[in-house]
Write a protein that binds this ligand. Structure first.
Ligand code: ZN
Ligand code: ZN
Length: 411
């Protein structure tokens, strides 16, 4: 019987290089993971260059590629996708930024780039939304709180460029920078001027806000300046439903990933207790995915914790997180009518504490796949699989073919 649904499980940054802390094994090869191994055994495996060989992907560009949206066309910066992730509806042409609440002293020095990791900044963001006036520039803006000290800013107006620098000095103890046009076009000059005015006015509002007076009184750093970065222009994304004829949902703790999902028209599914970290509610994510599959054709679940361990260089933690994730994936063994794809978006080797271009393992499980001889889901075993080495853009079309929804090219 041909399956009719597709589930993508993206294990963020799960693949690695040989780790000295694990006797030269990768965390994935060292982990106990009976569920992933069984899926690999019953499915077809391979390795994948998410974007292209030798290209180190960000999570954002990688997910765009996995969803079939060429990042070289669609990606201008992280900002617009973060805006989508905080619930701002971005129209094509709008300029988006990711922001931090930070602390600046009376004499203009940044003393804490995360404002003491303040959380619940909704009231501050509302005060900025109501108080800042950019009408002189003929520009509308939306400012929204994100998780913790994070926020996002979207600008809408004629003639705005997106190639502007950040005001974030990237370290404490120095003054914030001026936002500058990168290319000296009138559009970039206008956006830079708008940003500097936004930062000036919002800081004035924040300095006087009761929440910040309270924080000062209680010995906490006030959130009295907004640092902005990651400028980008929202592109026109052909809706996922139209592109593939599939309805879909996205499940992730990372606003960047849900933002990408929203941008292409996937419905974001909230799940209680998901953190994007070691303590995330992974069983909750998987049950939400199974629930969604009852009335959607496509679901993407992103599980982030292994990437975090990779960035921290903690190989044993990464191995243990993979085992914990594997246990939570057990319900995948009995999904009817579904092509299950498991992969990473990029490698995050513990030895380099950042993303690398090393290809990632991938497996496809479900009716119609040509089962190969691979019996384990890891970087080495998958390299011998029947999918061989593919690129990220080929993954969704391959799954679409298995549900008989690939377009026929030619007669
Ligand atoms: Zn990632
Ligand atoms: Zn990462």
């Amino acid at each position: 019987m041909t399956a009719t649904k597709i589930l993508f499980v993206v294990l963020d940054g799960i693949s690695d290089r040989p780790c000295p802390a694990l006797g030269g094994m990768t965390p994935l090869a060292a982990a106990k993971k009976p569920v992933l191994d069984r899926l690999a055994k019953e499915g077809i495996c391979g390795i994948m260059d998410t974007i292209a060989p030798g290209v180190r992907p960000g999570s954002d560009t990688a997910h765009l590629a996995l969803l079939g949206y060429n990042p070289y066309t669609y990606y201008t910066g992280r900002g617009p996708l973060e805006c989508e992730g905080t619930g701002i509806h971005m129209e094509p042409g709008m300029i988006g930024f990711r922001c931090n609440y930070a602390t600046i002293s009376r004499d203009g020095i940044i003393t804490d780039r995360r404002a003491g990791r303040i959380h619940d900044t909704t009231a501050l963001s509302m005060a900025i939304q109501e108080g800042v006036d950019l009408e002189n520039f003929n520009v509308e803006f939306t400012f929204r709180s994100g998780a913790g000290h994070r926020a996002s800013l979207a600008l809408k107006g004629e003639g705005l460029g997106y190639c502007v620098s950040s005001n974030d000095p990237k370290k404490d103890g120095v003054a914030p920078l001026n936002v500058k046009p990168v290319k000296q076009t009138t559009g970039d000059q206008k956006t830079a001027a708008v940003c500097n005015e936004f930062i000036r006015q919002s800081s004035r509002i924040l300095f006087d806000h009761t929440i910040n007076r309270e924080r000062l009184k209680n010995g906490f750093p006030p959130a009295n300046i907004v640092l902005i970065r990651g400028a980008g222009e929202m592109g026109h994304f052909e809706p996922f439903t139209k592109k593939y004829g599939l309805s879909g949902s996205v499940i992730s703790a990372a606003s960047l990933i849900t933002g990408i999902g929203n941008a292409v028209g996937l419905v974001r599914v909230p799940v209680e207790g998901i953190t994007g970290s070691q303590d995330s509610n992974i069983p909750g994510k998987i049950s939400a995915a199974l629930r969604e599959l009852k009335n959607k054709d496509f679901v993407l679940v992103n599980i982030k914790g292994a990437d975090e361990s990779g960035h921290d260089g903690l190989a044993e933690q990464k191995r243990d997180f993979i085992s914990k994730t594997d246990a939570a994936l057990a319900p995948l063994l009995d999904i009817p009518d579904c092509i299950i794809v498991v992969c990473a978006d990029h490698s995050t080797p513990c030895t380099i504490k950042d993303h690398s271009a090393d290809p990632v393992p991938v497996l496809i499980h479900g009716d119609g796949v040509r089962v190969d001889d691979v019996e384990r889901f890891d970087e080495y075993a998958c390299a011998k699989g029947g999918l061989n080495r593919i690129c990220g853009a080929a993954l969704l079309p391959t799954a679409l073919d298995l549900i008989n929804k690939a377009h026929k090219f030619g007669a």
